[in-house]
Design a protein around this ligand. Structure first.
Ligand code: ADP
Ligand code: ZN
Length: 607
């Protein structure tokens, strides 16, 4: 089929006929209109918000070719692959192409055969490329991951700085900067450094309502993970671990438990790494176990969960890592376990770093904020959004706290016992030893140090080991104790401990109990009856076969949501098929009949 994109179509027509979507989301329509009028824009939209359409549709609707600057080669390739599948005339230009292939792409661009050209920044800024592109008919320039231009952002890239040259080179071409993460300061920095001309700012909220957040105290991380994964065996997901070693061990262990789990970290050779990443992208239910090195540039829309086995470094990092779940808008989970050990380890990492005292203070503050968030007793999403300066008018109903409000108890006395034990033992020990003393355990270390003779020996026998761990963790998080990195995480009292010890203050603690699983039935965006599960499986199988035949990931053929809509709408004729969200002209021509045929067989045999 020849690739043809009608140049005269309106954005609405393109959305419906090519992308197969029924309507624009959020501010998309406004943004597209703004860009088509020839003005600059800064677009801040959370991951999965639908940024790509904001430049793809104007580039297709306007005469000339849109240039998309993207720092991530994998992402570029995925986007172009998806566009080609829709019949859009798109190509990319980066170092993975041979010189001949690159020349061919530029030839096609010159002949006006492309609507979208994706380019890596370093490639775009080469004199030779620039000279050629300047002489062509360029409709717009979109700069993706625009926060990379700012040193306030978290992925600063030197080559982005030079993108300000685009202003002189393409003086009359509208430029759009797009990002999913940028605080106020970063936003203004982006505008300044890219030299945008009086841009309109389109800021969409940070909320990802389809992601369910839950955080649990770490007791037995593996068993907890297995519990979480037990009814997610058919899902793709990411499990983050802090170290390479734990990545490998966890992947191997999950594999033994029957999961299609693969490791990913910077220490693996390139071949293994890219191979595992490719499997994750193309297969339906691969679990990637990874360090944070994994994820940048992964554009897989149907990642159903992101699990953290260790605490990330900050709320921003957590938000970015969990943001990789559920880009398709379908329900997804952000699940995490964390314990006192994480706190001790991360504090130590901050203290042992080479950074300035000012920077360390900043890092400490970020860690404290994250810890505070882990222990919230009110809606977790509200707190998360508040951190990004956004106020949710009501509790979300889709986080662990909303679904199972934590029980609190008066922990004043327990806290006093714990704090005096820290004091009596000289503020030199970690939680393990302190708990032995409190519980009256006659271990070697206890007797050797004569801690069995202390007045605090055995005064806490009423609590289990796990309960004391929970109490100590909360005392650290709430700022009554600090973990001293210079002494391997020994716990010390803070000035705040004094009023608690004197009985001038009450302290309510969260009760950490392993809640019964499946207390609530998961709400689906599109409800599928049990009998339809079989049809869904059949549709997925068909999708996989078609995808494999072309060497593309299944979601490039159709997203999950599109398959589910087919089940609900049960299209009978070609025209009905177009009603399904995600089915446009190109996909209808390519797959319509095959899917209709399968749907018909199920209609004949309703059970
Ligand atoms: P972002 O780049 O902001 O993370 P994408 O542009 O990748 O998000 O879009 C996320 C998902 O939402 C994609 O699968 C995309 O096809 C889908 N999408 C975007 N806009 C619409 C829309 N108006 N209607 C339906 N689906 C949409
Ligand atoms: Zn909530």
């Amino acid at each position: 089929m020849p690739e043809t994109t009608p140049q005269t179509d309106s954005p609405d027509d393109i959305l419906r006929n090519i992308f197969g979507y029924a309507g624009f989301r959020g501010q998309q329509a406004d943004i597209i209109q703004h860009v088509c009028s020839g003005a600059d824009a800064l677009i801040l939209m959370p991951t999965g918000g639908g940024k790509s359409l904001c430049y793809q549709i104007p580039a297709m609707a306007m005469p000339g070719m849109g240039i998309v600057v993207s720092p991530l080669i994998a992402l570029m390739r995925d986007q172009v692959r998806a566009l080609l599948e829709l019949g859009v005339r798109a190509a990319f230009l980066n170092s993975t192409l041979t010189p001949q292939e690159q020349a061919d792409v530029l030839d096609r661009a010159r002949r006006g055969e492309l609507d979208l050209l994706y380019v890596a920044p370093e490639r775009l800024l080469q004199e030779e490329t620039l000279t050629q592109l300047v002489s062509m008919d360029v409709s717009l320039i979109a700069i993706d991951e625009a926060h990379c231009v700012s040193s306030w952002g978290h992925d600063f890239r030197q080559d982005y700085l030079e993108l300000n040259r685009l202003r002189e080179q393409f003086p009359s071409v509208p430029r759009l900067a797009l990002t999913a993460t940028a605080d106020e300061r970063t936003r203004e920095d982006i505008i300044k450094r890219l030299a945008l001309d009086d841009p309109e700012r389109f800021i969409t909220g940070f909320d990802r309502p389809n992601i369910r957040y839950s955080v649990h105290p770490k007791t037995d991380a593996r068993r907890q993970l297995l519990g979480f994964l037990s009814d997610r065996r058919d899902q793709a997901g990411i499990v983050y671990c802090l170290s390479r070693k734990s990545v490998e061990r966890t992947a191997e262990w999950l594999h033994q438990q029957g999961f299609d789990a693969l490791p990913y970290h910077a220490g693996l050779d390139v071949e293994t790494r890219t191979g595992n990443q490719e499997r994750f992208l193309t297969d339906d239910a691969v679990v990637i176990v990874a360090t944070i090195a994994f994820g940048m540039g992964i554009d897989k829309p149907d990642v159903r969960f992101v699990a953290h086995m260790d605490l990330p470094k900050s709320v921003e990092a957590y938000y970015q890592e969990t943001g990789r779940a559920g880009r398709d808008g379908e329900p997804a989970d952000a699940w995490m376990v964390y314990g006192l050990q994480d706190v001790v380890r991360l504090s130590r990492m901050v203290e042992e770093s080479e950074a300035s005292e000012q920077h360390k203070r900043y890092e400490r503050m970020k860690l404290d904020t994250l810890l505070g968030w882990c222990e919230v007793t009110r809606c977790r999403r509200r707190q998360l959004l508040r951190y990004f300066g956004e106020e949710l008018p009501r509790d979300c109903g889709n986080c662990d706290v909303c679904l199972q409000p934590p029980v609190t108890w008066d922990g004043t006395q327990a806290a006093q016992k714990a704090l005096s034990c820290v004091y009596r033992t000289g503020q030199r020990f970690g939680a393990g030893h302190l708990i032995d003393v409190l519980r009256g355990q006659l271990r070697d270390k206890v007797t050797r140090l004569r801690h069995d003779a202390l007045s605090t020996f055995g005064i806490g026998a009423e609590f289990s080991d796990a309960q004391w761990r929970s109490i100590f963790r909360q005392l650290v998080v709430r700022g009554f104790l600090i973990s001293d990195p210079a002494r391997f995480g020994a716990l010390r009292l803070t000035p705040a401990a004094r009023s608690l010890l004197r009985g001038e203050e009450e302290l309510f603690l969260r009760e950490d109990v392993e809640r019964a699983k499946k207390a609530s039935v998961r709400k689906r965006h599109i409800d599928i009856d049990i009998e339809d599960e079989e049809l869904l499986d059949a549709l997925k199988r068909l999708r996989r076969e078609l995808a494999q035949a072309q060497g593309v990931p299944p979601y490039v053929v159709f997203h999950d949501a599109t398959l589910k809509e087919m089940i609900l709408l049960r299209p009978k004729k070609t025209a009905d098929m177009l009603e399904v969200s995600g089915v446009g002209q190109a996909k209808l021509a390519k797959y319509g009949d095959t899917f209709l045929k399968l749907l018909r067989t199920f209609d004949l045999h309703p059970d």
